[in-house]
Design a binder for this molecule. Sequence first.
Ligand code: MD3
Ligand code: FE
Length: 194
Amino acid sequence: MILRGFALLEAAPIFGHVNKIAAVSPFRHMITPGGFRMSIAMTNCGKVGWISDRKGYRYTEIDPETGSHWPAMPSLFSQLSERAATAGGFAGFASDACLVNRYEPGARLTLHQDKDEADFRHPIVSVSLGLPATFLFGGNTRKERPRRYRLESGDVVVWGGPARLTYHGVAPLKDGVSDLTGACRINLTFRKAS
Ligand code: MD3
Ligand code: FE
Protein backbone atom coordinates (compact mmCIF):
# COMPACT_ATOMS: atom_id res chain seq x y z
CA MET A 1 0.00 0.00 0.00
CA ILE A 2 1.37 3.41 -1.01
CA LEU A 3 0.65 6.16 1.52
CA ARG A 4 1.34 9.33 -0.50
CA GLY A 5 2.85 12.11 1.62
CA PHE A 6 2.41 10.18 4.88
CA ALA A 7 5.79 11.41 6.21
CA LEU A 8 5.76 14.86 4.60
CA LEU A 9 5.16 16.81 7.83
CA GLU A 10 8.06 14.98 9.51
CA ALA A 11 10.43 14.88 6.53
CA ALA A 12 12.83 17.53 7.85
CA PRO A 13 13.20 16.04 11.36
CA ILE A 14 13.61 12.56 9.83
CA PHE A 15 16.41 13.85 7.61
CA GLY A 16 17.97 15.51 10.67
CA HIS A 17 18.08 12.12 12.39
CA VAL A 18 19.59 10.53 9.27
CA ASN A 19 22.46 13.02 9.44
CA LYS A 20 23.00 12.29 13.14
CA ILE A 21 23.00 8.55 12.45
CA ALA A 22 25.50 8.98 9.60
CA ALA A 23 27.78 11.04 11.86
CA VAL A 24 28.12 7.91 14.06
CA SER A 25 27.83 5.09 11.49
CA PRO A 26 28.85 6.66 8.17
CA PHE A 27 27.26 5.88 4.82
CA ARG A 28 29.36 3.30 2.99
CA HIS A 29 29.22 1.34 -0.27
CA MET A 30 28.91 -2.29 0.70
CA ILE A 31 30.38 -5.13 -1.33
CA THR A 32 28.11 -7.89 -2.62
CA PRO A 33 29.03 -11.55 -2.04
CA GLY A 34 29.92 -11.60 -5.76
CA GLY A 35 32.50 -8.83 -5.22
CA PHE A 36 30.62 -5.84 -6.69
CA ARG A 37 30.52 -2.44 -4.96
CA MET A 38 26.91 -1.33 -4.51
CA SER A 39 26.09 2.01 -6.19
CA ILE A 40 23.91 3.08 -3.26
CA ALA A 41 25.51 3.99 0.07
CA MET A 42 24.03 2.54 3.26
CA THR A 43 23.94 2.84 7.00
CA ASN A 44 21.57 1.57 9.71
CA CYS A 45 20.03 2.35 13.05
CA GLY A 46 18.28 0.08 15.51
CA LYS A 47 19.12 -3.10 17.42
CA VAL A 48 20.45 -4.75 14.27
CA GLY A 49 21.59 -3.49 10.88
CA TRP A 50 21.73 -5.08 7.44
CA ILE A 51 25.16 -5.62 5.92
CA SER A 52 26.69 -7.23 2.85
CA ASP A 53 30.26 -8.38 2.32
CA ARG A 54 32.12 -11.19 0.56
CA LYS A 55 30.71 -13.63 3.15
CA GLY A 56 27.07 -12.81 2.36
CA TYR A 57 24.07 -10.76 3.49
CA ARG A 58 23.01 -10.66 7.14
CA TYR A 59 21.89 -8.56 10.10
CA THR A 60 24.48 -7.69 12.77
CA GLU A 61 24.31 -5.93 16.14
CA ILE A 62 27.71 -4.33 15.51
CA ASP A 63 28.61 -1.96 12.68
CA PRO A 64 31.70 -3.57 11.11
CA GLU A 65 33.03 -0.11 10.10
CA THR A 66 33.00 1.30 13.66
CA GLY A 67 33.18 -1.86 15.77
CA SER A 68 30.33 -0.44 17.89
CA HIS A 69 26.58 -0.92 18.07
CA TRP A 70 24.50 0.77 15.36
CA PRO A 71 22.97 4.09 16.54
CA ALA A 72 19.69 3.64 18.43
CA MET A 73 16.43 3.95 16.51
CA PRO A 74 14.98 7.45 17.17
CA SER A 75 11.49 7.24 18.70
CA LEU A 76 10.23 9.40 15.79
CA PHE A 77 11.26 6.53 13.47
CA SER A 78 9.65 3.72 15.50
CA GLN A 79 6.46 5.72 15.97
CA LEU A 80 6.19 6.69 12.30
CA SER A 81 6.78 3.13 11.07
CA GLU A 82 4.23 1.78 13.54
CA ARG A 83 1.62 4.32 12.44
CA ALA A 84 2.27 3.59 8.77
CA ALA A 85 2.11 -0.18 9.28
CA THR A 86 -1.21 0.25 11.08
CA ALA A 87 -2.54 2.37 8.20
CA GLY A 88 -1.40 -0.42 5.85
CA GLY A 89 -3.24 -3.12 7.80
CA PHE A 90 -0.38 -4.37 10.02
CA ALA A 91 -1.18 -3.12 13.51
CA GLY A 92 1.43 -3.85 16.19
CA PHE A 93 4.48 -3.62 13.91
CA ALA A 94 7.63 -3.13 16.03
CA SER A 95 10.71 -2.70 13.85
CA ASP A 96 14.15 -3.52 15.25
CA ALA A 97 16.14 -2.46 12.18
CA CYS A 98 16.15 0.60 9.94
CA LEU A 99 18.28 0.38 6.79
CA VAL A 100 19.07 3.80 5.33
CA ASN A 101 19.90 3.88 1.61
CA ARG A 102 21.40 6.93 -0.11
CA TYR A 103 21.05 7.26 -3.89
CA GLU A 104 23.13 9.76 -5.83
CA PRO A 105 22.40 10.39 -9.53
CA GLY A 106 22.96 7.16 -11.49
CA ALA A 107 22.72 4.92 -8.41
CA ARG A 108 20.24 2.04 -8.66
CA LEU A 109 19.11 -1.12 -6.96
CA THR A 110 18.73 -4.19 -9.16
CA LEU A 111 15.73 -6.50 -8.74
CA HIS A 112 15.98 -8.52 -5.53
CA GLN A 113 13.93 -10.07 -2.74
CA ASP A 114 14.32 -9.11 0.93
CA LYS A 115 14.63 -12.44 2.67
CA ASP A 116 17.27 -12.02 5.37
CA GLU A 117 14.57 -11.38 8.00
CA ALA A 118 13.47 -14.14 10.38
CA ASP A 119 9.69 -13.98 9.83
CA PHE A 120 8.08 -12.83 6.57
CA ARG A 121 4.71 -12.33 8.30
CA HIS A 122 6.06 -8.92 9.36
CA PRO A 123 5.78 -6.19 6.72
CA ILE A 124 8.52 -3.80 5.59
CA VAL A 125 7.76 -0.08 5.77
CA SER A 126 9.68 2.29 3.49
CA VAL A 127 9.98 6.09 3.65
CA SER A 128 11.31 8.14 0.70
CA LEU A 129 13.01 11.53 1.16
CA GLY A 130 14.53 13.95 -1.33
CA LEU A 131 14.79 13.35 -5.07
CA PRO A 132 12.03 11.25 -6.69
CA ALA A 133 12.75 7.73 -7.93
CA THR A 134 11.15 5.10 -10.13
CA PHE A 135 10.38 2.08 -8.00
CA LEU A 136 10.20 -1.28 -9.82
CA PHE A 137 7.64 -3.70 -8.46
CA GLY A 138 7.96 -7.15 -10.00
CA GLY A 139 6.41 -10.52 -9.31
CA ASN A 140 7.32 -13.73 -7.56
CA THR A 141 10.04 -14.48 -10.11
CA ARG A 142 12.81 -12.27 -11.50
CA LYS A 143 11.39 -12.84 -15.01
CA GLU A 144 8.14 -10.93 -14.50
CA ARG A 145 8.29 -7.47 -16.03
CA PRO A 146 8.10 -4.98 -13.16
CA ARG A 147 5.46 -2.28 -12.82
CA ARG A 148 6.89 1.20 -12.32
CA TYR A 149 5.83 3.60 -9.56
CA ARG A 150 7.19 7.08 -8.98
CA LEU A 151 8.05 7.60 -5.31
CA GLU A 152 8.42 11.14 -4.05
CA SER A 153 9.68 12.77 -0.89
CA GLY A 154 7.36 11.97 2.02
CA ASP A 155 5.82 8.88 0.40
CA VAL A 156 5.57 5.83 2.64
CA VAL A 157 4.97 2.29 1.42
CA VAL A 158 3.90 -0.75 3.42
CA TRP A 159 4.91 -4.09 1.90
CA GLY A 160 3.30 -7.06 3.56
CA GLY A 161 1.33 -10.23 3.06
CA PRO A 162 1.46 -11.46 -0.56
CA ALA A 163 3.73 -8.51 -1.55
CA ARG A 164 6.38 -9.30 1.05
CA LEU A 165 8.56 -11.55 -1.12
CA THR A 166 8.03 -9.89 -4.50
CA TYR A 167 11.06 -8.88 -6.55
CA HIS A 168 11.66 -5.13 -6.46
CA GLY A 169 14.28 -2.54 -7.29
CA VAL A 170 14.94 1.10 -8.08
CA ALA A 171 15.77 2.53 -11.54
CA PRO A 172 18.92 4.70 -11.88
CA LEU A 173 18.34 8.00 -10.06
CA LYS A 174 17.97 11.02 -12.32
CA ASP A 175 19.94 14.24 -11.73
CA GLY A 176 18.31 16.86 -9.58
CA VAL A 177 18.49 18.86 -6.40
CA SER A 178 16.05 18.53 -3.50
CA ASP A 179 15.41 21.38 -1.06
CA LEU A 180 15.55 18.83 1.74
CA THR A 181 18.41 16.47 0.88
CA GLY A 182 20.37 18.16 -1.91
CA ALA A 183 21.47 16.00 -4.86
CA CYS A 184 20.32 12.65 -3.48
CA ARG A 185 17.43 10.42 -2.48
CA ILE A 186 17.26 8.83 0.97
CA ASN A 187 15.17 5.72 1.58
CA LEU A 188 14.53 4.25 4.99
CA THR A 189 13.24 0.69 5.32
CA PHE A 190 11.89 -0.44 8.65
CA ARG A 191 12.10 -4.14 9.33
CA LYS A 192 11.47 -6.65 12.07
CA ALA A 193 14.61 -8.65 11.38
CA SER A 194 15.00 -10.85 14.47
C1 MD3 B 1 8.74 -4.77 -1.81
N1 MD3 B 1 14.98 -0.42 -0.96
O1 MD3 B 1 16.42 -1.58 0.99
S1 MD3 B 1 12.04 0.48 -0.60
C2 MD3 B 1 15.83 -2.35 0.20
O2 MD3 B 1 13.92 2.55 -2.42
C3 MD3 B 1 15.05 -1.77 -0.91
O3 MD3 B 1 15.75 2.01 -1.40
C4 MD3 B 1 14.33 0.27 -2.03
O4 MD3 B 1 14.54 -2.48 -1.71
C5 MD3 B 1 14.68 1.72 -1.93
O5 MD3 B 1 15.83 -3.58 0.32
C6 MD3 B 1 12.88 0.05 -2.06
C7 MD3 B 1 10.63 -0.42 -0.86
C8 MD3 B 1 10.61 -1.90 -0.57
C9 MD3 B 1 11.32 -2.47 0.46
C10 MD3 B 1 11.18 -3.81 0.73
C11 MD3 B 1 10.30 -4.60 -0.01
C12 MD3 B 1 9.79 -2.67 -1.32
C13 MD3 B 1 9.61 -4.01 -1.06
C14 MD3 B 1 10.09 -5.96 0.26
C15 MD3 B 1 9.19 -6.68 -0.49
C16 MD3 B 1 8.53 -6.09 -1.55
FE1 FE C 1 14.57 -4.52 -0.94
